[in-house]
Design a protein around this ligand. Structure first.
Ligand SMILES: Nc1ncnc2c1ncn2[C@@H]1O[C@H](COP(=O)(O)OP(=O)(O)OP(=O)(O)O)[C@@H](O)[C@H]1O
Length: 334
């Protein structure tokens, strides 16, 4: 499969009267690993859940388009979406224990998924479940299949979740903070595993994380989110070498490195001042209150995501040297 796998346009989510996601546009190509990075509370999980219509219905308003295989997932009937969730698009979360059933063996849980979605016989499903546990490098998969979730370490449990997510051969795996609860070594192993699997299985991965430092080795492209909007998006090397948005530049300054460690020992680890990441303000640029280069236009107009002139590098900022056509913010024009 080539080209765009999923294309998201104008995704907006409101909880009650608060707009949490303010019109997000992005696409993911076949076999691509794309990272969605941002501070806690900026709306990363809300985007992931909104794509699959997994947000609670009550007091939640979702609009926009999520085009996948020629269909808008926000508009297809629930039964059709059930065929897509878990089968074509799978999602894994930070805490496997919360997603696994403690009273069922991991084998029973994978077999149930295989039987429900692929209608396999019990014997074929068990054989496939062992293969899947093998695929995610669980040692002695044929024995471990009958163990219960609590008998696995955190990293192994995350592998089980990945095996389950892969059961039906999805085209897209959404991994929401899959390594946050793990130690650094296990975190690397899980990311290595995801990277190997997406290559072997020709699958795309949307990796959601608050930790910019983990994406450099694994992601092809990075999208930086701030207060419910994507403010910069670029191939990973471009982002790390030539970030344009003031927020991304400060975020990169806050990525721990040996230099930063030396600074830290001297009491000078960089920080991003202010706390305004999730206010859902709809007026002007959402970063304006924390931005050192704020101009009057930033308070009244919202910068659109535009190309900086380099392939796949987009940013949303009224940086003076950039010519950007802006549109008055809907909140200002009454
Ligand atoms: N069901 C809900 N009802 C109301 N507000 C919600 C709901 N779910 C999330 N929020 C709010 O939306 C904002 C974005 O939350 P979200 O979990 O998407 O952020 P995040 O970037 O994934 O953060 P984290 O990395 O901490 O998970 C937060 O302010 C959160 O409190």
């Amino acid at each position: 499969m080539n080209g765009e796998l999923i294309d998201i346009r104008g995704l907006t989510v409101g909880f009650g009267t608060r707009e949490v996601i303010g019109g997000v546009d992005f696409s993911i190509h076949a076999n691509e690993m794309v990272a969605l990075v941002g501070e806690s509370g900026c709306g990363k999980s809300t985007v992931a859940l909104a794509l699959l219509r997994l947000l609670p219905h009550e007091r939640t308003a979702v609009s926009g388009e999520v085009m996948f295989e020629g269909r808008n997932l926000l508009a297809v009937p629930e039964a059709e979406l059930n065929e897509i969730r878990g089968k074509r698009i799978s999602i894994i979360f930070q805490d496997p224990l919360a997603s696994l059933n403690p009273v069922w063996s991991v084998g029973e849980q994978i077999i149930e998924t295989l039987r429900r979605h692929l209608k396999l016989s019990q014997t074929a499903a068990r054989r496939r479940a062992i293969e899947l546990l093998d695929l995610v490098a669980i040692p002695q998969a044929h024995r471990r299949i009958d163990d219960f979730p609590h008998q696995f370490s955190g990293g192994m449990r995350q592998r089980v979740m990945i095996a389950m997510a892969l059961a039906c051969g999805p085209y897209l795996l959404i991994a929401d903070e899959p390594t946050t609860a793990l130690d650094v070594t296990t975190q690397t192993q899980i990311l290595q595993l995801l990277d190997r699997l997406r290559r072997e299985l020709s699958m795309s991965v949307l990796l959601i994380t608050h930790d910019l430092s983990i994406v450099s080795d694994w992601a092809d492209r990075v999208m930086v989110m701030y207060a419910g909007v994507i403010i910069e998006s670029a191939p990973v090397q471009v982002l790390f070498s030539s970030a344009r948005h003031p927020y991304t530049r400060r975020l990169l300054g806050a990525v721990p490195s040996l230099d930063a460690y030396a600074n830290y020992r001297n009491g000078r680890l960089p920080e991003i001042s202010g706390i305004d990441t999730s206010t859902g303000s709809t007026r002007g640029c959402r970063f304006a209150k924390r931005c050192e280069s704020v101009e009057s236009e930033c308070l009244t107009h919202r910068p659109r995501l535009v190309s900086v002139g380099v392939k796949q590098h987009l940013f949303a900022c009224f940086e003076p040297q950039q010519f950007q056509k802006s549109e008055p913010d809907a909140a200002v024009v009454v």
